[in-house]
Design a protein around this ligand. Structure first.
Ligand SMILES: Nc1ncnc2c1ncn2[C@@H]1O[C@H](COP(=O)(O)OP(=O)(O)OP(=O)(O)O)[C@@H](O)[C@H]1O
Ligand SMILES: [Mg+2]
Length: 247
């Protein structure tokens, strides 16, 4: 696809769970290289949007395009190929508790690259830890030995293990103190700069949104009701947005 094709595009995305309509026609375009942040109330459907982007959920209506290809239709068989281009930092970190940090980072890489030797995998782990500014010693730690912030960082090291073009972050700073949260914000900026990734971040942390976003979109009652730069959102007159961002 050519460079002007949006890397991710959501067209009229609709999703209900039982009688509850969570997404009521979400339209959103994410351009190559940008960091787009989706804000919105708890339970509003932010995580549901991310799950559609990586093909973990199928929409009831509308479509998801990645690099110009519709990935949301039932006859699209290549979800694995698309997913390989993405890394996701889950809201709960989703680390394997029975594996140490190094094994967590290696897991998917080993599955997809059976030809890689253990020493190549070890090298990959050190390289990824280095990108997240963690020391190689960290590999032997078990997830249960790590603080919340360190778990997020390890989750990020795992998300970048397959050299994704797209990084999806689900509430990367939620539950962290402001200083630790800011370390994560800096890493999100770092990933954009050093890896050139395109990022979609969902959060209700406005400090984080302002810091990492090129553009911010607000999800409200199942639709995107605002999209603009951090400066534009600060000065918007939209009452729902103003109420949410607190000015
Ligand atoms: N697999 C599912 N089955 C049934 N309901 C679901 C499912 N996934 C999400 N929901 C519902 O959809 C709504 C939106 O959930 P979602 O997790 O996307 O919210 P969110 O905006 O990410 O909230 P938070 O900020 O608390 O993480 C919630 O009411 C949730 O209960
Ligand atoms: Mg969520």
């Amino acid at each position: 696809m050519n460079a002007s094709t949006p890397l991710i595009e959501l067209r009229g995305l609709e999703k209900s769970f039982g009688k509850q309509k969570v997404l009521a026609g979400v339209n959103l375009t994410i351009h190559r290289g940008e960091t787009l942040v989706i804000i919105g109330a708890s339970g509003g459907g932010k995580s549901v949007i991310l799950k559609h982007c990586i093909g973990l959920l199928q929409p009831d209506g509308g479509e998801v395009l990645v690099d110009g290809t519709v990935i949301s239709s039932h006859n699209f068989m290549d979800v694995q190929t698309i997913r390989r281009r993405m890394g996701m930092l889950f809201q709960s970190s989703a680390l394997f508790d029975s594996m140490n940090a190094g094994e967590n980072i290696k897991f998917a890489v080993r599955e997809h690259n059976p030809e890689m030797t253990e020493s190549q995998l070890d090298g990959m782990v050190v390289e990824k830890l280095n990108l997240i500014h963690l020391s190689p010693d960290m590999q032997t730690k078990m997830p249960s030995e790590l603080s919340g912030g360190m778990k997020k960082r390890l989750g990020l090291a795992r998300a970048i293990a397959m050299n994704p073009e797209i990084l999806l972050y689900d509430e990367p700073t939620t539950g962290l103190d402001p200083v630790t949260g800011d370390v994560i914000n800096d890493l999100i900026l770092d990933m954009q700069k050093t890896l050139g990734v395109t990022s979609l971040v969902v959060t209700h942390d406005m400090v984080s949104a302002y810091k990492v976003a090129n553009r911010i979109a607000m999800l409200h009652e199942g639709r995107i009701i605002f999209i603009g730069t951090p400066d534009e959102i600060r000065t918007t007159t939209n009452p729902h947005v103003k109420k949410f961002i607190g000015n």
